[in-house]
Ligand binder design. Sequence first.
Ligand code: G6P
Length: 611
Amino acid sequence: MCGIVGYVGKQQAAPILLDGLAKLEYRGYDSAGIAVENGEGIHVVKAQGKLMVLREKVSHTTLSGTIGIGHTRWATHGAPSDVNSHPHLSGDGAVAVVHNGIIENYQQIKEELLAKGYVFHSETDSETVAHLLDDFLKQGYDFLESVFLMLDRIEGAYALEMICRQEPGTIIAARKNCPLVVGKGEGENYLASDVPALLHHTRDVYFLEDGEVAVVTAQQIHLFNHDRQEVHRDLFHVEWSVDAAEKGGYDHFMIKEIHEQPRIVEELFNHRVDLEKGDIRMEGIELTKETLEKLSRIYVVACGTAYHAGLYGKYLMEKICRIPVVADVASEFRYKAPILDEHTLVIVVSQSGETADTLEALRIAKRHHARVLAIVNTVGSSIAREADDVFYILAGPEISVASTKAFTAQALSLAMICCHMALELGRMTKEEFRTICQDWSAMPRQISELLKQSAIEEALAKKYAQSKNVFYIGRGLDYLVSMESSLKLKEIAYLHSEAYAAGELKHGPIAMIEDETLVIAMLTQKALYEKTLSNIKEVKARGAKVIAITMAGDTEAKKTVEDVIEIPQSSWMMAPLLANVTTQLFAYYVARELGTDIDQPRNLAKSVTVE
Ligand code: G6P
């Protein structure tokens, strides 16, 4: 996600802020900016593009001052541009704000502020914070109280840093669900989203907790909880190396990103699900009853992991919406003769939004007058720009080549679109939708539970890392998720593995089963449980070692297989996504056992912009 830095002390702030932002570059960004206060006012310089562009702009200004805030933006609301970059100023420049996260209720607040005469310059949710804070300051509240009042109004996730002309020399920061660290120096203090940006200055830090507010001056750091009471905590002395700090203390970006999934699922749910209305917030994407009834078919087109998410979406849409859906890998789609016209909806799925084959598939679809809906992570990417509509998955930058959190967010996004279509078409009741929402809202906790028990996957990885052939089997959605699980193992552990529909094993692949072949069987689909269990018995009879991934409380599978990974009880729609978290962990630990380059596996690239 975005990166945040802050400095208050005796040195010039601008160079320190720029260096701090450089240390956060690994988080991914598309624009950057800084604000410096010098007693006469707040001066902002910001620019779309890499930090070089910002540095160049700064070098042409006299940005003097010993207090400032800085930001690298990874677009979520509004395309990457100078004006959408942070810091955002309030109307008369009294307040500057940088924000990481999403303000869920910004539209409503924005309308109130517009009615009061505030003028918005950007398309961002973050600018709302600057004006709202200014509004409280203008009502006569002091800086800290204004911040608390503003925080009482906003919903969503945030790490915020604010400076104001009225109280120069103070940075106020706040956090909820987005990281923020305060670093203590001698007569100078620092703020950052992550420890790496601080390590060159100090190793003594306070990690802000959710709901906390920090008031930082050159001499002092005061922390307050949500109830405005001061919190006293010991400083934490960071021992990490710079490399470890970038990964948030994890050994690899992949495992860090796996652990980000509970937060991402929660953010996506909060952002997209309108419980009051009983629908998905489609943000202008027109998939009405009339448009949907005219559709003859849907194509879902993508590559790699995104394709597997697409298969999940296809399954749901056909089962629930009863619309024919064809899923295809983009490199095939583009050379086939797909049936495309104005009654076709083409859904392209891409984390990067830059994959060459997917982009070309989009262009072909548009040339044939089909409507293109893109499910994308990267705002402002080529696919996002060229599609007719975009549904952002809000997963934040994914750095590890092997995709994990993006898959979960893509699959959930497709499930959300499917629910919206079903509601429009009258194929799902509000009641059924609310039941699904309950399952979705349980997912962050359930994924966290799985992550806490990752010693299970670690032990199994040790036990089976030397396997020569691995089969992932399942039926229905379990089969589709098996494909993604198998891909993960291939990508990072370089282990030969295949995914097979459990019922198809007997038509060939069972010939390959011999003593010690590892079979990982998914058993999350209650309706297909007995059938898959029979297939497990077939491979067991031929010498395979079997790990079953099954729901908590299943006593049957345990009697048959060597090892069991239990996932929390969940519905047919969500359980496979939980199972997939366990296979992400398994692949990760096998790769670690085998000593491969986990974040940058051989021969692979994160974004494949060539055919
Ligand atoms: C590459 C990556 C995969 C990814 C695929 C599609 O092969 O290594 O992890 O799934 O591209 O990428 P996209 O950005 O379009 O989702």
